[in-house]
Design a protein around this ligand. Sequence first.
Ligand SMILES: Nc1cc(-c2ccc3cc[nH]c3c2)n[nH]1
Length: 249
Amino acid sequence: MRIDVITIFPEYLTPLELSLIGRARREGLVDLHVHDLRQWTHDRHRTVDDSPLGGGAGMVMKPEPWAAAFSGVRESGQAALGTDVEPLIIFPNPAGEPFAQSTAQEWSRCEWLVFACGRYEGIDERVYQHLADVGCEVALASLGDYVLNGGEVAVLAITEAVVRLVPGVVGNAESLIEESHAAGLLEYPVFTRPASWTDPAGVVREAPPILLSGDHGKIAAWRQEQSEARTRERRPDLLAPLDEDAAGS
Ligand SMILES: Nc1cc(-c2ccc3cc[nH]c3c2)n[nH]1
C-alpha cells in the first residue's frame, strides 16, 4: 500500500514513523510519503490561504496550491508504482461520512491512498469540484461529531486504523478478529496475572475463574456473552442491525 499525505504541518505526521506503522514502513508493507503543501506555492510568502469570499471569520485554503499538489503527487505516485493506477483521495472533514471500522477494512484493501489535510475554515470548494470533474475518486471522512483545527489528527487516526489491517502489519492476525467493532460488537474484558490482585485500597480483586479453567470452549462462550452484554449496555445502536438480522432469519 502507498500512502501520500499533503499538509502544511508535515511534522504533525512524525508519529507515523513510530511503533507498528513505523515498522510496517521499514518492512516495506506500507510506502508512506508526507508532502508540505507549500512546496506547490510560488510567492515569496508561500501563501496557501486567503480571506473568505463573501466575508466571514478566518481564512480559506486557496485552490491553486492544492490542484498543483494533487497533480504532483499523482505523477510521483504513478511513477513509483509503475502503473497508471488512480488513488483514493481522502479529505478528513467534519461534514464527511463517519469513519468506522468497516471503512478502515475497505480502505485497507486499496493500493494507494492520498490524504489531504485541510486547515483554517477549510479548502476552496472548487478543489473538490475539480477533482470530481477530472474523474478522481474522492472521500470525505469524519472522525466524529466534534471539530478539530485541521485534518492531520484525523489522518493519524485513520492511517493507524487502516494500516494495522494490512496483512503482515499486526503479528497475530487473530487479534484483529476479536477486537472491538471487528465483528460488530465491543470486545470482551481482558485480564492477566496476577489472578488475585489486592488493589491500593486493599480490595482483593479476582479474575473470572472461568479464564483459569483451561476449558477453551467455555472461555470462548463466556467472552462472546461478555461482548454481547457490554455492547447491549454501552452501544445498543451496534446491535440494532444484528437484532434485525436475527429477527429476519
Ligand atoms: N471529524 C472531524 C474532522 C475535522 C476537521 C477536518 C479538517 C479540517 C480543516 C479545518 N478544520 C478541520 C476539521 N474536525 N472533526
